[in-house]
Design a protein. Sequence first.
Length: 643
Amino acid sequence: MTPPPMNPHPMHPGPMTQQPMTPAPPTAAAWTLAVDFGTSNSAAAHSGATSGGIETLALSHTSNLMPSAVYVAGSGGNIAVGDAAINAAQQNPSGFVASPKRLIGADPTCTVNGQTMPTYVLVSAVIRTIIARGMAAHAGTPPAQVVLTHPEAWAQQQIRVLVDAAATVGIHPARIVTVSEPRAAAAHYSRSHAMQPGARIAVFDFGGGTLDIAVLTVTAPNSFEVIAARGDNGLGGKNLDALVQRWVEERLADRDPDLVTWLRRQASVDVMQSLQDSIRHAKELLSEAPSATITVPTPTGRNTLQITRDEFDELIAPAVGQAMQLTRAALGDAGITHADQLSALYLTGGSSRIPMIQQRLTELGPVATLDDPKTVVAQGALVTAIVEGAPRTNDRPAGVPSASDRMPAPPGSGPGLNAAKSVAPTSSSSGGRRWGRIAAIAVGVIAVVGIGAGAAALVNSSDDDNPNPDVPSASGTADASGDTGQVSAAGETGKDGGRILTDETALMAALPGPLQASVANCRKTGFNSNDAVKMLCDIAEDSTLAELGQPESLTYFISFHVDDNEADSTIVNIRNGIYSDGKGELVEDSDRVSAADIAPRSSAESSYKIDYANTSTGLLVDVFGVASVDDAKTFLTRSGLMN
């Protein structure tokens, strides 16, 4: 379909001066980039600089994968990506978002480390870094086309976040194509497995954070239609890692209970990262070997544990059972009741390598694997774009704002990257202007991390590193009215004259990014006396906050709302110990804009409650069911509520 009309108004008042870009060598050929933005890791493929064929793009000096994690610095809003983000999180966990993909579709904006920005800004930082890596392999030439993959079940609004992210870093929307992940995987496998029209195949995509199953029918050579799809956003490789970590803690408890307590409540971010890396490496090794060693950091040295494949299989059996049940349900939706009705069951995602999973899947259909299952989606997306001509799925539903609506059209047609067709502009709506202001601020705070050997430095984005000379990049943070600073959620005036939030989406966006990514089953519970909407969310079982809850407590959740005047009075009460009769422990941030009181929930329970207020944002949060005072303090920093 034809991309939607674009808003001709620039994102900033006055003209923007674009710095000249170093011309590409005359022999530089047009190339295509495919990006598989994953929950845990991202992968990419490109048309090779010398061969012109489909090649996996190395995203570091040692791997074809890059962590999708981002880190937002507190001052200036600089964004680190991948391993650099994980490294930066050791100093300040409140700026760390391990899986920004989980935020897509939840809210249009998020708050991380005190910076409020559109969700696509976090995604764009990852995409910019991948584009920079691809350009380095093509003599600095920007890609002529970018293909972005997405889950089959995503709505157009969610897909649009990806398109906006790529457009924000300088890729014109006319050169952005989107394709669903199962279609991309099927296209990859069809390169070596020719199938006749009418054949039915399934794609089992078991990644780090999610499980997706899709059933497709072959409509023509190398053409597929999805006829059934199911998924579980809470089941992935990280769940299996958590099961192994629990096993580690149980084994250590027999030897040294104090060590387990230290790991759960006092260990630093880098210590826990080291343990989780060792667990993940052991899990991967068990796909090849009968046993593996897990190294556990301690205050005085290191401990090691040996885990066998049989022990691992026993641990993950319930999770594998869930995956099989979901797969059977997807096949049943497509009318497939016997294994011989399926031509092939293709596996993708790193967790699909686990022998027990492959063995169980053979009961459902003929299992087929090819190459590295972590990169087949990116490669297949490139196949779809280059060989077949991918259908565009980035058309905008009515009323959904887009970065492309804010981008000026490229110069007139010409060779290479200037060959895109211009789209006639239309007048902007008030909604477009509002999102233009958000984009102007967001683009100004985007920064990228140069990819180096084990080290990276944060650098502000500028016109000098704009991946696409067709689209001027923005610098600065002034909006259309000349204002500068952070975007805050829109509010209403309550009965007492203070600002409140009555919109559930805006209220969710008021939570810090790490906390947004760690909650589940959110629902409105009513209003406070000032008519501010109140919501309640459970703590997701696979989140980094899950381990901080009291194991014996059946209620580990948060309740929250935004009311500026109530926050002002509540923080005084917290400091005076009103909520705990002076028996709680007071915690405050260095700027004294937020405070929390940590106290036993009741004499009948061993869990703790946190009363939290922030006078800068008006956010009030009650946390129930925390295991201890130390766990409560960890909750405050990990969730981003307090630095």
